[in-house]
Design a binder for this molecule. Sequence first.
Ligand code: IMP
Length: 200
Amino acid sequence: MYVFATNNPGKARELKEIFGSAGLELQTLHDLNLSLSPEETGNTFEENSKIKAVETAEFLRLHGYLDAIVLADDSGLAIDAMDGRPGVDSALFLGADTPHGQRNAFIINELHGKPPGERTAYFVCVITCCWPSGEVLTVRGELEGLIAQAAKGENGFGYDPIFYVPTLDKNMAELSQEEKNKISHRGQAVREMIKKLKGK
Ligand code: IMP
Protein backbone atom coordinates (compact mmCIF):
# COMPACT_ATOMS: atom_id res chain seq x y z
CA MET A 1 0.00 0.00 0.00
CA TYR A 2 1.42 3.36 -1.10
CA VAL A 3 0.48 6.43 0.93
CA PHE A 4 1.35 9.97 -0.10
CA ALA A 5 1.96 12.33 2.83
CA THR A 6 0.40 15.64 1.84
CA ASN A 7 -2.47 17.95 2.69
CA ASN A 8 -2.08 19.75 -0.65
CA PRO A 9 -4.88 18.65 -3.04
CA GLY A 10 -2.95 19.98 -6.09
CA LYS A 11 0.02 17.74 -5.36
CA ALA A 12 -2.22 14.75 -4.53
CA ARG A 13 -4.07 15.09 -7.86
CA GLU A 14 -0.81 15.11 -9.82
CA LEU A 15 0.76 12.21 -7.99
CA LYS A 16 -2.34 10.02 -8.13
CA GLU A 17 -2.59 10.52 -11.87
CA ILE A 18 1.04 9.60 -12.51
CA PHE A 19 0.87 6.59 -10.19
CA GLY A 20 -2.41 5.53 -11.82
CA SER A 21 -0.90 5.62 -15.30
CA ALA A 22 1.88 3.34 -14.02
CA GLY A 23 -0.76 0.91 -12.70
CA LEU A 24 -0.13 1.75 -9.04
CA GLU A 25 -2.72 2.94 -6.55
CA LEU A 26 -1.77 5.81 -4.28
CA GLN A 27 -3.73 6.88 -1.21
CA THR A 28 -3.41 10.08 0.77
CA LEU A 29 -3.77 10.55 4.53
CA HIS A 30 -7.08 12.24 3.73
CA ASP A 31 -8.30 9.03 2.02
CA LEU A 32 -7.53 7.17 5.28
CA ASN A 33 -9.36 9.82 7.34
CA LEU A 34 -6.10 10.77 9.02
CA SER A 35 -4.32 14.08 9.24
CA LEU A 36 -0.76 15.07 10.14
CA SER A 37 1.30 18.18 9.40
CA PRO A 38 4.95 17.50 10.23
CA GLU A 39 6.94 20.65 10.96
CA GLU A 40 9.28 21.43 8.07
CA THR A 41 12.38 22.27 10.10
CA GLY A 42 14.96 21.37 7.44
CA ASN A 43 16.98 23.82 5.35
CA THR A 44 16.76 21.87 2.10
CA PHE A 45 14.06 20.20 0.00
CA GLU A 46 15.80 16.89 0.72
CA GLU A 47 15.69 17.32 4.50
CA ASN A 48 12.05 18.42 4.52
CA SER A 49 10.78 15.65 2.26
CA LYS A 50 12.57 13.12 4.48
CA ILE A 51 11.07 14.62 7.65
CA LYS A 52 7.57 14.37 6.13
CA ALA A 53 8.02 10.79 4.87
CA VAL A 54 9.60 9.40 8.05
CA GLU A 55 7.21 11.12 10.48
CA THR A 56 4.20 10.06 8.45
CA ALA A 57 5.46 6.46 8.26
CA GLU A 58 5.81 6.37 12.07
CA PHE A 59 2.35 7.93 12.47
CA LEU A 60 0.80 5.32 10.15
CA ARG A 61 2.50 2.47 11.99
CA LEU A 62 0.96 3.77 15.24
CA HIS A 63 -2.42 3.65 13.49
CA GLY A 64 -1.92 0.03 12.48
CA TYR A 65 -0.76 0.50 8.88
CA LEU A 66 2.29 -1.68 9.32
CA ASP A 67 2.96 -2.28 5.64
CA ALA A 68 2.49 1.27 4.35
CA ILE A 69 5.13 2.52 1.92
CA VAL A 70 5.09 6.28 2.46
CA LEU A 71 6.02 8.94 -0.08
CA ALA A 72 6.40 12.64 0.61
CA ASP A 73 7.39 15.52 -1.63
CA ASP A 74 8.91 18.84 -0.77
CA SER A 75 8.85 21.30 -3.58
CA GLY A 76 9.07 24.94 -4.48
CA LEU A 77 10.09 27.65 -6.88
CA ALA A 78 13.59 29.20 -6.92
CA ILE A 79 13.94 32.57 -8.68
CA ASP A 80 17.49 33.55 -9.63
CA ALA A 81 16.87 37.31 -9.51
CA MET A 82 15.55 36.87 -5.95
CA ASP A 83 18.60 34.87 -4.78
CA GLY A 84 16.73 31.59 -5.02
CA ARG A 85 13.69 32.71 -3.05
CA PRO A 86 11.04 31.63 -2.24
CA GLY A 87 12.84 28.24 -2.45
CA VAL A 88 12.24 25.90 0.49
CA ASP A 89 9.93 28.54 1.96
CA SER A 90 7.61 28.52 -1.08
CA ALA A 91 4.59 27.46 0.99
CA LEU A 92 5.25 30.21 3.57
CA PHE A 93 6.28 33.04 1.23
CA LEU A 94 4.90 36.41 2.50
CA GLY A 95 3.12 34.50 5.29
CA ALA A 96 1.57 31.05 5.49
CA ASP A 97 -1.97 32.33 4.94
CA THR A 98 -1.19 34.72 2.08
CA PRO A 99 -3.19 33.75 -1.01
CA HIS A 100 -1.16 32.64 -4.01
CA GLY A 101 -2.61 35.45 -6.13
CA GLN A 102 -0.92 37.93 -3.82
CA ARG A 103 2.40 36.05 -3.81
CA ASN A 104 2.34 35.85 -7.61
CA ALA A 105 1.56 39.56 -7.97
CA PHE A 106 4.46 40.37 -5.62
CA ILE A 107 6.90 38.35 -7.74
CA ILE A 108 5.69 39.84 -11.04
CA ASN A 109 6.19 43.28 -9.51
CA GLU A 110 9.62 42.39 -8.11
CA LEU A 111 10.81 41.39 -11.60
CA HIS A 112 9.06 44.24 -13.39
CA GLY A 113 11.09 45.55 -16.37
CA LYS A 114 13.71 42.80 -16.23
CA PRO A 115 14.68 41.22 -19.58
CA PRO A 116 14.17 37.44 -20.15
CA GLY A 117 17.80 36.69 -19.22
CA GLU A 118 17.14 38.01 -15.72
CA ARG A 119 13.79 36.23 -15.25
CA THR A 120 15.18 32.68 -14.96
CA ALA A 121 13.66 30.38 -12.35
CA TYR A 122 13.20 26.69 -11.69
CA PHE A 123 10.76 24.43 -9.92
CA VAL A 124 12.20 21.73 -7.68
CA CYS A 125 10.52 18.58 -6.40
CA VAL A 126 12.24 16.15 -4.07
CA ILE A 127 10.40 12.94 -3.23
CA THR A 128 11.36 10.64 -0.38
CA CYS A 129 10.03 7.12 -0.02
CA CYS A 130 10.09 5.42 3.39
CA TRP A 131 9.63 1.64 3.54
CA PRO A 132 8.24 -0.24 6.58
CA SER A 133 11.82 -1.40 7.26
CA GLY A 134 12.83 2.24 7.78
CA GLU A 135 14.84 2.32 4.56
CA VAL A 136 14.57 5.67 2.77
CA LEU A 137 15.23 6.73 -0.81
CA THR A 138 15.20 10.21 -2.31
CA VAL A 139 14.87 11.48 -5.90
CA ARG A 140 14.88 15.02 -7.33
CA GLY A 141 13.24 16.59 -10.37
CA GLU A 142 13.74 20.13 -11.72
CA LEU A 143 12.09 22.22 -14.42
CA GLU A 144 13.67 25.41 -15.75
CA GLY A 145 11.64 28.34 -17.05
CA LEU A 146 11.12 32.08 -16.75
CA ILE A 147 8.97 34.27 -14.56
CA ALA A 148 6.21 35.46 -16.91
CA GLN A 149 5.38 39.12 -17.54
CA ALA A 150 1.85 38.47 -16.25
CA ALA A 151 -0.10 35.66 -14.55
CA LYS A 152 -2.05 33.48 -16.99
CA GLY A 153 -4.05 30.24 -16.89
CA GLU A 154 -6.50 28.60 -14.52
CA ASN A 155 -5.00 25.11 -14.14
CA GLY A 156 -2.46 23.72 -11.70
CA PHE A 157 -1.85 25.46 -8.39
CA GLY A 158 0.54 27.71 -6.49
CA TYR A 159 3.05 29.54 -8.70
CA ASP A 160 1.90 27.87 -11.95
CA PRO A 161 0.20 31.03 -13.37
CA ILE A 162 3.50 33.01 -13.35
CA PHE A 163 5.88 30.27 -14.55
CA TYR A 164 6.52 30.50 -18.28
CA VAL A 165 7.65 27.33 -20.04
CA PRO A 166 9.70 28.48 -23.08
CA THR A 167 9.56 25.12 -24.91
CA LEU A 168 5.72 25.21 -24.95
CA ASP A 169 5.33 29.01 -25.11
CA LYS A 170 2.76 28.81 -22.30
CA ASN A 171 2.53 29.53 -18.62
CA MET A 172 2.36 26.38 -16.51
CA ALA A 173 -1.24 27.10 -15.44
CA GLU A 174 -2.29 27.06 -19.13
CA LEU A 175 -1.23 23.40 -19.45
CA SER A 176 -3.61 20.50 -18.93
CA GLN A 177 -2.80 18.16 -16.05
CA GLU A 178 -1.42 15.64 -18.51
CA GLU A 179 0.80 18.21 -20.26
CA LYS A 180 2.11 19.49 -16.92
CA ASN A 181 2.87 15.99 -15.62
CA LYS A 182 4.88 15.19 -18.74
CA ILE A 183 7.42 17.95 -18.11
CA SER A 184 7.07 19.08 -14.51
CA HIS A 185 9.59 18.78 -11.70
CA ARG A 186 7.06 16.55 -9.89
CA GLY A 187 6.37 14.43 -12.96
CA GLN A 188 10.10 13.80 -13.45
CA ALA A 189 10.70 12.95 -9.80
CA VAL A 190 7.67 10.64 -9.55
CA ARG A 191 8.55 8.72 -12.70
CA GLU A 192 12.10 8.24 -11.38
CA MET A 193 10.69 7.03 -8.06
CA ILE A 194 8.22 4.65 -9.73
CA LYS A 195 11.13 3.11 -11.69
CA LYS A 196 12.89 2.48 -8.40
CA LEU A 197 9.75 1.13 -6.71
CA LYS A 198 9.15 -1.28 -9.58
CA GLY A 199 12.79 -2.37 -9.47
CA LYS A 200 12.45 -3.43 -5.80
P1 IMP B 1 5.66 22.20 0.40
O1 IMP B 1 6.37 21.25 -0.52
O2 IMP B 1 4.42 21.59 0.97
O3 IMP B 1 6.57 22.81 1.42
O4 IMP B 1 5.08 23.39 -0.45
C1 IMP B 1 5.50 23.64 -1.72
C2 IMP B 1 4.92 24.95 -2.22
O5 IMP B 1 5.65 25.25 -3.41
C3 IMP B 1 3.46 24.85 -2.65
O6 IMP B 1 2.58 25.24 -1.65
C4 IMP B 1 3.43 25.82 -3.82
O7 IMP B 1 3.36 27.12 -3.30
C5 IMP B 1 4.80 25.65 -4.43
N1 IMP B 1 4.78 24.61 -5.48
C6 IMP B 1 5.28 23.36 -5.41
N2 IMP B 1 5.07 22.68 -6.54
C7 IMP B 1 4.41 23.52 -7.35
C8 IMP B 1 3.88 23.36 -8.66
O8 IMP B 1 3.93 22.31 -9.30
N3 IMP B 1 3.29 24.45 -9.15
C9 IMP B 1 3.19 25.63 -8.48
N4 IMP B 1 3.61 25.81 -7.24
C10 IMP B 1 4.24 24.76 -6.68
